[in-house]
Design a protein. Sequence first.
Length: 801
Amino acid sequence: MSGLDTFSGRRVAGIGLAAAVCVAPVEPAFAQQTQLPTVNVEAPAAPKAKRRPQRSAQPQARTTPRPAASATAQPAVATPATTGDSAAANASPYANPGAPYKVERSASPRLTEALVNTPRTVTAIPKEVLEDKGATSVRELVRTTPGLTLGTGEGGNAFGDRVFIRGFDARNDMYINGVRESGVSTRETFMTEQVEVIKGPAGTIGGRGTAGGAINIVTKQPGPTNFAIFNTTIGTDLTKRQSADLNYNVNKDLSIRINGLFQQADVAGRNHVFDNRYGGSFAAAWKPTEAFKATLDYYGVYMDQMPDWGVPFDVRIRRPITESGLNRSNFYGVTSRDFQHNYQHMLTHGLEWKVDPNFSITNKFRFGYTVTDYVASKPGTPNLTNANPQLWTVAATPASRYQVNRTLANQTEATAKFDLGPFKHTVVTGLEAQREDISQDGYSGLEVECNPTCTTGITTNLWNPTTNLITAVGMPTRNGRPVKTKVNSLSAFVLDTMNWNDRLYLTLGGRADGYDITRTPFTGVQLSRSDLMFNWNAGVTYKVLPNASVYVAYATSTNPVGSELDGNGEDYGSLTAANLVFRPERNTSLEAGTKWELFDKKLLLTGAAFQTTKENARETIGTGPAAVLQDTAAYRIRGLEFGATGNITDRWSVFGGIVLMESKVTDSANIANRGRPLANIAHQSINLLTKYKLTDKFTLGGQATWKGEILGGTLAATYYAAGTTNVGGVAVPTPAGYNKLPAGWRFDVMAEYEIDKTFTLKAQVLNVFDKVLYDAFYRSNTPYVYVSPGRAGYLSLQAKF
């Protein structure tokens, strides 16, 4: 066993935290949103979660040079002051200085133009928006971002940040600073500068997958000014959170930035559920000359949580049973057995060499180590047969996983600027090599009930569940029979952005990906598969006015067989004998839109119409032992997306959007599926965050979020015929229709008061009306349902030095 398996994530995160604590007119184009998050959590006011000792499992080439003066105009971005207050020093390098909700450009070197001139939808969420949303995790951010939907995880695929982008599963399309991070885990935002959601197939930018897009987490890097910022937060959900952000210039060549996190919290509206996090990050930049820079950064987080897989489903009404009067706080796990521990360690080394003003070379090397470790309980179908409703029961069965992802990745890129004909070209070309090693195991010793035979599942009262059962055989023990997957990928790409007179922008890109995967069970036959994939994109942006543009774009991407590396079976995207000969899934997208900058370029309005299609999609035909997986499905999603980011006035900031989608299965070996909508996604969603500075010291704000209903099923939403259910010995009619999660509104409020130049007090209430909302539900005909957090209030004190 590698020494990394026994390396304590809590210890590393603790070291990082200790280090942190100790030491007018409308005019031309630009684009999107920016700035810093506070420290809150997705937590509850229900009974205090019982603390227990941490239980670890038992181990087992340039042409004509372009003069510097003729280089393509770049967007005006915030430049942190070298002296002055820490608010200015901590400003985002990607945002508009006068409108920090509006990000001007992507952190990715592959998107070379300002976002307003980029022919695709990019939702860039700056740290200030994260702070004002109270989004301290990626899961909380997804809840309030239009076009994104949370998904479930259990035994077949990992529980973590499973996200659908524009209706397509993106759980393995997460990136940190542009490098793929395929370990499905739960992610923090304490070290985040901004989160970029690239919408639509992104095969030329991100490589494999990326059917609906990709999510890139951009971490905080050293700046030119010394500052120290500390945030302390307490909450009605028993949150105690402390974060620190320190920047220090050692000398004129070397700068460092350190972030630290300590959090203990429960989850609002959920009994027995807690969410403890500990983390640290370190980034250093050494720039001995104007032409050369070396960087080194590390990010480590340990999470100790009680997994919460929600409440049962009521087949009588085809809704969650909480819609029939069940208390939203009911917990159906086993507090003496269940646990969730997540570890993340990312170490990245970068080199940048500016050969001359028009040519540069960069290299980035990453080592990543992620552990997803849990035993959780999933509630099943309630037993309603007893004539006394108070004696109705529900069974909960365990799911477990111990998954380790190790990643080695290297990216080398060259950027060249030159004039050719009437166009100014910016060409980015590069090579990527990545090795991913995944070890996937589970647990035994999960028995909790013995009467007289010991079972791993529990049966408990539906209305008053028993959660403190004693495990029958001691602590859960790792099976020691891992399935191991190795992936080697090698990629080459070229992207060209052509600018004619700052009026017409053409983008063209192509990418080739070699993908080799080998899956080795502990016993059984080793399976291997190799694919060579080609993808491309093209786009045109035209400035109809100096402050307004229209665009049209086309893009493709490919999902190779076995690319869902957390999967545990062909139904969940892993490599098996059943899908070994399947064709890769092919994704194509067409998007047309417009972007407008208003109010002295401080507000960006966007609108787009899009269609994304998938061919060779996987589908299960038949049921039970006769069920087989095929690559015979196809489906498409059409939609409209609108966004607003930035400032309407110097005092009034807005950040929000609307996504309206319609989906359809266009081909299936199961004729009944044809024409049906897709399951497990919210087709409509709305969000608006706004704040107004009433005085120089006092700010009020709020947020409204609406998510449409979600239909149940696997690929297509499953339509059920009318039937009956045994309720108290009586056959009660069950309506025909789809299983559904109801649509709902959520409202949040915030107030901020600047006490003086050093201290700022902030109050937030999330889910003000304590609305019962749902994140996702399992795909079976009797699913369990993830319940969103209830109402929680937070009080934060920020100190800036």
